[in-house]
Design a protein around this ligand. Sequence first.
Ligand SMILES: [Fe+2]
Length: 152
Amino acid sequence: MAASERLNQWLRDAHAMETQAEQLLDGQRRRIDGDPVFSARLEQHIEITKTQRERLDRCLERRRTSASTLKDTAARVTATAQNFSGFFVEDEVVKGALAIYTFEQMAIASYLILEAAAKADVDEETALAAPWKFIIEALDTVVRDNAAHKST
Ligand SMILES: [Fe+2]
């Protein structure tokens, strides 16, 4: 497979990943209603996820390829299953945070790969659409905020 075709494939994978993230976050938002701080954070995360998916869409368009519908559908099913699996758990917020944190670790690794591939293919715009640094900083902020919250 040519390097540029591989980059297209990883762009489609990232698009499917953000589609799955949105389903996962939206499912959690609908289930969690007793925690306003976590709910607000989920809302914010959903908006960021949508914006990121649109950015990837523009990269795919510019590279004259499109998101794989089949893959996106498969991702949606997985996200639904993940939402149901936590249905009767009492510590829902903690389990939810764990699922998101795990998912974001995968996103960081995926975007590191995407950025490296984009740079190799001299596609600076796609390299800039790989926000792994932003995710690391956001996770760091959430952990620190939470630690401060617990100690007061
Ligand atoms: Fe995210």
